[in-house]
Design a protein around this ligand. Structure first.
Ligand SMILES: [Zn+2]
Length: 136
């Protein structure tokens, strides 16, 4: 995985997703990463959102796949969530301990892809609860 900006990020995801198993990671998880400009990925996603939503509902039924909020599924409004966020500053904060300059946010990095394997049906509650966190 030479496309990761930092080796520590690669290791973070390798351990979180595949428990350190490099073969498993390459086989199963390569497609969930796309390091291009997040605004470009967002644009592409907006074009496929409806199609992907239908595909996921067909495959998994109309229920939340995240189930991380106590009120999950109470509000039956669903959207498509990126399992690995299109962009996040979580690793900059937690692995590199970058602190925001006054009046600024810690810079984000581009990670998640629009591949179907990176997309989940999420209820409104869980989706807003998750935001740009990396919950694995
Ligand atoms: Zn939910």
């Amino acid at each position: 995985m030479n496309n990761f900006q930092y080796k520590a990020d690669y290791k973070f995801f390798l351990n979180k997703l595949a428990k350190g198993n490099i073969l498993l990671f390459k086989k199963k998880y390569l497609k969930i990463f796309d390091f291009r400009d997040p605004s470009l990925k967002r644009k592409e996603f907006n074009k496929i959102r409806n199609k992907v939503f239908k595909e996921l509902i067909l495959k998994h039924g109309k229920k939340c796949q995240l189930n991380i909020h106590p009120d999950c599924d109470k509000v039956k409004i669903y959207d498509v969530d990126h399992y690995i966020p299109l962009s996040t500053n979580k690793l900059n904060k937690e692995l590199r301990k970058i602190v925001a300059e006054k009046g600024k946010k810690v810079p984000s990095q581009s990670f998640g892809s629009n591949d179907i394997s990176n997309l989940r049906i999420a209820c409104k509650k869980c989706n807003s609860f998750k935001k740009h966190k990396v919950i694995i």
